[in-house]
Design a protein around this ligand. Sequence first.
Ligand code: S3P
Length: 443
Amino acid sequence: MIKLSSLSSLRGELTVPGDKSISHRSVMLGAIAEGDTTIHGFLSSEDCLATIDCFRKMGVSIEEACVPAERADGEERMETVLTVHGNGLRSLKDPGVTLNAMNSGTTVRLMSGILAGQSFVSQITGDDSLRSRPMGRIIKPLGLMGVMCATAAGSEKLPITIFGGQVQPVRYESPIASAQVKSCVLLAGLYADGPTFYTEPALSRNHTELMLGSFGANLKVKKKPGESAVTTILYPGTILTGQDIRVPGDISSAAYFLAAGLLVPDSCIRLKGVGINETRDGILRVIRAMGGNLVTENVRMEGREAVADIAVRTSRLKGTVIGGSLIPTLIDEIPIIAVMAAAADGTTVIRDAAELKVKETNRLEEIVTDLRLMGIGVEETDDGMIIHGGTLTGARIDPKGDHRLAMAFSVAGLAARGTTTITDERCVRISYPDFYDDLLSLS
Ligand code: S3P
């Protein structure tokens, strides 16, 4: 349990931990590449450790070291460096046990694409939350690629058994903009004997495509002018070669500090080395639309990923409308955006976000419940919510094991009247083990 109350100021600089999506992908691609992959700034959180554990169980040697970070800005900091010894596309060994993705949707969905191409039958499970999340979204395209997946009769839930081996090329039109589904299909496509075409209604995060490209895969992206749908084509047959990767800071983790810096009075925060890939930067666009004082500085490329330092100052925020193709670029930030909207002047409408119902919790329902507990007027809609900005009042919040709810409502507690209790904050370990220490370092 942790108790938070309003702060008078937040000031200072912070380097947020490595991007979770990129950390998962770097281990997975490293495992199926030829040669060593070195990963600087890897996120050592529970989700990413689940990925490491699964690939170790499949015979991949992964070494972990904690070393002083080499940074251009000269700041002294320790970071995790991983070395993954890859042995090629089809080199994974039958683990002989059920793989456990724990709480991590990214682990199970991306790894399933890789397992589709291995010559053994594998089984994956997860914790209670992950076992309640939909897997039909990967079972369907994998089935069209000739890969049979079995779950308990009619459930399309974990545990899942994947009958790996032969993979056929596919032209798949996904009804949802999901990077996990896209990545699953593209990774399976590496094992097909022809090109894989994957179309999504709007571009979801493209870290898999960027990283596959740097490992030597052959991909093309097609988008018709004026349409939001995007088609990614993967041509298999190239050798993936181990790479040296620097993982940028996670914008989804930075988001809590951006919001805290905007909402807590007399604040000025600078977040260093944050990934600002345009498929992830919706939060920045929303903050600007809400009138937040936000500046990006020192914009640069680290490998194929755009990175910047981001500074925010206390601002009076106003309501906004968020929907359409903006949603996939900020899907994990909606809990903290809802908190900003709760403290803003006027009304904020969030729509086209039904995917929130199938995250670690039903985030739509949970955000609405928790904001109401904090005294805010909120209407739940089929695919989002309408938030009437007001005064946040301290409350007892149960994040139900959802790391993003725990962090978002901790920030709400800093801007609320009275005391806010987060009943079990330990779930922040899923994506940001040092979240509360970092918060303390700025206060
Ligand atoms: C992720 C994709 C998103 C996101 C998740 C991480 C990824 O999920 O919510 O936290 O790393 O590919 P969906 O693909 O379900 O939208």
